[in-house]
Design a protein around this ligand. Structure first.
Ligand code: ATP
Length: 513
């Protein structure tokens, strides 16, 4: 098993041990690819939601938020195209009996070639040292060029096959590239078939077609069907956005890799309604804005990259992903899509209701175009956790596990620790905790030695540990230990609010966006 998979395993067990994520219904041996967020996980998840909501809604005067229901009229999904086209191409390996997404097998194959290119560049760097001109190397090195050509040719064939829904061509590509099943190692593949990802259920007591409804596979449609309600009641003028955070459900063919791909997950989506013809300007705007939002967390700029879609969804005229370097490699974290006027037009047609905006400046009505940003909350959670989780060797030879979660997202901003359980220190500590609790979540801990308590706070990502000792009773000062540097400073209690505001308040992170 490689190092990265080991890291994912470590994160999974750490998450369980400290109450971030548990396997769902574990006492019944769990349910595949379903997870429950525990006491610390829900705090972290809520903080990620708040960061998104404040950045998108609170900080934009022309974006408002809604909370639509999960069940929607079944015609919604006819109109949106999901009943007919929300499919993944699946393929089985006859020897291992394992099922895969055909497009994912091809993407992974191309990723391997990309890695070869990066290795070649690394070699070049080592060979030429400071004289190395990376741009020129990438443009001229024969191995790099040959591999780039390979990728382009695969992308071309894949795009054509998927766009024409030519499943045999998809299979032929897999055969031609000699892609093997990672489990059996064989090339003994079945035909490729389409598989619809929507979960259906029945409404009320009558079974049959008329009462079949779907669990929403994306939150976006709840926004589209409310476009006019929000526009009118909120007196919104184009361009404007509607944001929403909520559950979505997809019957994924292969749900694995922890919370990266689940059948029940949460999305944070924003649909931005614009004038027809202005969508590419806004598409570029939102690409930049969303990249900034991610990088602003300070997890590391090189962990993100853009990836343009090879096959555009049935509704899009431009689409890209922000990918993140998860322990299993670069994978989609967020999608940014220019959805044209497809959805609103379809809903007009199927509902017979006009879904248009009267633009006073142009003195005309039109169906707005839409640019969408859609980020998975659970994938955000995994991205934060995988950058934050570190197993460190300390100078004295000991080890510590520390979660370097950005302070604003940390489940607890500070821990309040009385040095001993007597002499009035617990009372003083609780008094301090109560004064800070209005603005920040604080943990109180009086058990075990101070060293052990620091380690526990490191393991759950608490950025500051505040120790109350005997001196505190005489001069109202405390020690504050920094999670990342482990340095301690002595400050007066009066200064604590300022310190937390500077490092862990919403303002501290929103003001740098
Ligand atoms: P993928 O190609 O990985 O299946 P997608 O392109 O189908 O993803 P979108 O339809 O663009 O995903 O959904 C928007 C976001 O929702 C994704 O960027 C991802 O963060 C999240 N998401 C999608 N499917 C899942 C899932 N099964 N589990 C967790 N998050 C998901």
């Amino acid at each position: 098993m490689d190092q990265n998979q080991d890291k994912l395993k470590d994160i999974i067990s750490h998450s369980k041990e400290y109450g971030f994520i548990f396997p769902s219904s574990e006492i019944y041996d769990g349910l595949a690819a379903t997870y429950d967020y525990g006491q610390l996980g829900s705090e972290l998840k809520n903080n990620i939601k708040t960061y998104w909501w404040k950045a998108m809604v609170q900080m934009h005067e022309n974006i408002v938020g809604i909370d639509a229901s999960i069940f929607m009229h079944p015609t919604t999904w006819k109109a949106s195209g999901h009943v007919d086209a929300f499919n993944d191409p699946l393929i089985d390996n006859k020897d291992s009996k394992k099922r895969y997404r055909a497009d994912v097998l091809l993407e992974e194959h191309m990723e391997k070639i990309r890695q070869k290119i990066e290795k070649e560049v690394e070699k070049g760097k080592n060979r030429f040292g400071t004289d190395f001109d990376e741009t020129q190397f990438r443009a001229t090195n024969p191995n790099v060029l040959r591999n780039l050509e390979k990728i382009e040719s695969i992308e071309g064939r894949m795009r054509e096959a998927l766009e024409n829904n030519d499943l045999e061509a998809v299979r032929n590509l897999i055969i031609d590239l000699e892609i093997v099943c990672p489990v059996s190692g064989s090339k003994n593949w079945t035909e490729v078939r389409q598989f619809n990802l929507m979960f259906s259920t029945e409404l009320g007591s009558v079974a049959g077609d008329a009462s079949t409804i779907y669990l929403r596979p994306e939150t976006a449609q709840g926004i589209f069907v409310n476009f006019l309600n929000v526009q009118k009641s909120g007196r919104m003028k184009i361009p404007f956005g509607i944001a929403q955070i909520g559950k979505a459900f997809r019957n994924e063919i292969v749900a694995r890799q922890f919370i990266f791909r689940m059948r029940e997950f949460e999305q944070m989506e924003m649909q931005f309604f614009v004038r027809p013809g202005e969508e590419m300007t806004w598409y570029t705007y939102w690409k930049e804005a969303r990249e900034k939002w991610h990088k602003n967390l300070g997890l590391g700029g090189n962990l993100y990259r853009f990836h343009d879609h090879i096959k555009l969804a049935h509704y899009a005229n431009a689409a890209c992903d922000i990918e993140y370097n998860f322990p299993m490699g670069f994978k989609e974290l967020e999608g940014i899509h220019s959805r044209t006027d497809f959805d609103l037009k379809q809903h007009e047609q199927f509902s017979g209701k006009k879904l248009q905006f009267f633009d006073p400046e142009l003195n005309q009505s039109y169906v707005p175009y839409v640019v969408e940003t859609s980020v998975g909350l659970d994938r955000m959670f995994l991205s934060v956790l995988s950058a934050a989780y570190q197993n460190e060797k300390l100078e004295d030879g000991s080890e510590r596990v520390v979660l370097r979660i950005p302070p604003v997202l940390a489940p607890y901003k500070a821990a309040v620790l009385p040095l001993v359980k007597k002499d009035g220190l617990p009372e003083k500590a609780r008094e301090l905790m109560k004064s800070l609790q209005f603005d920040y979540s604080i943990q109180y801990d009086e058990k075990d030695s101070i060293g052990k308590r620091y380690r526990r706070q490191d393991a759950i990502g608490t950025p500051f540990s505040i120790t109350i000792d005997h001196q505190t009773l005489t001069d109202d000062t405390v020690t504050v230990r920094d999670r990342d540097t482990m340095e301690q400073i002595r400050v007066s209690i009066k200064e604590l609010e300022g310190l937390l505001a500077e490092k862990a308040s919403w303002k501290s992170v929103l003001s740098t966006l």
